[in-house]
Design a protein around this ligand. Sequence first.
Ligand code: ADP
Length: 333
Amino acid sequence: MSTAPPAVEASALTKTYPGKVTALDGLSLTVRPGTVFGLLGPNGAGKSTTVKILTTLARPDSGSATVAGHDVLRHPDRVRRAIGVVAQRSGADPVATGRENLLLQGRLYGLRGARLTARVQELLDRFALADAAARPVKTYSGGMQRRLDVALGLVHRPEVLFLDEPTTGLDPEARTAMWEEIGRLAGDEGLTIVLTTHYLEEADRLAERIAIVDRGRVVTTGTPDGLKAELRGDTVQVELYEAPGEVDARLLATALGEFAGIREVTLDGRRLSARADDGGVAVPAVLAVLQREGARAASVTVARPSLDDVYLRHAGRRFADADSVPALAGGAR
Ligand code: ADP
């Protein structure tokens, strides 16, 4: 394992916005240099706030962080020189051409003359924008604009690149192309990438390590495969006919938990989930218990563990159901 100092280290970050919205509630993470790290969480989990603090655009209420070895609070200028940031909203000037945008960005970082023009051409080629380089950015497709945004973030050869929701709003084709692009960037010597995403598939595919963020803290961290491997066996999911409240959730969970080989039973709305050593064996037992307790199954599925299951296990609810549930300061958890 590498002993190099971390590319990013955040320790116990907290941040509360006006209205007592706790965006961060003691978030800590460590990113090893030269890796792709995914911050995965539903909308409102605190990912953007984390990125804002790490990129010196916001200050935490408490806690500390270093990026590329520099303290974000004590040396924000050094941090800014060492990072590239691709925000959710494009920073490109829509009226200027792609090439003009890149030239301007390079000048902001002190590049001049032949070095600047060579770097800009290199990026235009690399991101397949050379043919469109003389066109105003407002004529670009969503995928092209996103590629330009990434190129802009790389002009000054940063050590750490932050990508905030890099494929949100892209159609499936452009998303796949962007994934390939990020995969190639990850091979660049020494570049560390921190990406935030609320797509499970994106984190699974791109990140060597992920931190699952929920309500302003990291609930678990590891490699996607490692996290999935923590979950032994299959996931059994049953969609109930009965509305929440029509069945006694606790009774159902207790009855199911009595079966050997069935564990971690949760009922979330109409959706009953359990882990089973062998899904095929568990299904008849689950259905029998449901019938006994007066509940009916609308559908049953058995699947191998996914990151969604990892999230459910650590956050206690399904990923898709978790969007926009902010933590309230001092509120019950
Ligand atoms: P994510 O990026 O994971 O969607 P954010 O960091 O944007 O999460 O938001 C975390 C929480 O903080 C959310 O509840 C959000 O509504 C709230 N929040 C974010 N920015 C602000 C702000 N400028 N003012 C007030 N609340 C904010």
